[in-house]
Design a protein around this ligand. Structure first.
Ligand SMILES: Nc1ncnc2c1ncn2[C@@H]1O[C@H](COP(=O)(O)OP(=O)(O)OP(=O)(O)O)[C@@H](O)[C@H]1O
Ligand SMILES: [Mg+2]
Length: 137
């Protein structure tokens, strides 16, 4: 499925919509350049389920976790990771092989750690505020 977003609000609304068809254990692998809307999308997803957690980019922390009534959400960002060993150190595999929902920004940096069950969401920046968002399956 491919959608065209014309504003950050619209991208957040698409994220919120995905929350309705997400189940425990789902993993979303997000790809696309800087500023293409990955974090905005996750922000919309999380705020559809919880109002008490402002979503920040996990660039510096590698992972941010949100607890909602529906499920726990782990939001990863691989951008600043230099070596996949860092992921082993933080226990990445335990995070993704349980019933939490995971989002992984810059997933294509270490495709070897992305589980087969992951659904890819690709973000493409076009002129102005236009973003093309493609979701697997
Ligand atoms: N249609 C749109 N959808 C999403 N963001 C948009 C859109 N139009 C403009 N923007 C702007 O683009 C930026 C997207 O930032 P965001 O942090 O979501 O990107 P990102 O893909 O997570 O980047 P990074 O790789 O740096 O983490 C924001 O400043 C947002 O306001
Ligand atoms: Mg981001």
């Amino acid at each position: 499925m491919q959608i065209k977003s014309l504003s950050p609000e619209e991208t957040r609304a698409f994220g919120a919509k995905l929350a309705k068809e997400t189940n425990r254990g789902d993993v979303y692998a997000l790809t696309g350049s800087l500023g293409s809307g990955k974090t905005e999308f996750v922000r919309g997803f999380v705020s559809a389920l919880s109002t008490d957690a402002p979503v920040c980019s996990p660039s510096f922390t590698i992972v941010n976790t949100y607890h909602t009534d529906s499920f726990t959400i782990h939001h990863f960002d691989f951008y600043r990771i230099k070596n996949p060993d860092e992921l082993i150190e933080i226990g990445f595999h335990e995070y993704i092989h349980n019933d939490a929902v995971c989002f992984i920004e810059w997933a294509d940096m270490f495709p070897e750690v992305i589980p087969d069950k992951a659904r890819y969401i690709r973000f493409k920046e076009e002129k102005g505020n236009v973003r093309i968002i493609s979701i697997d399956k």
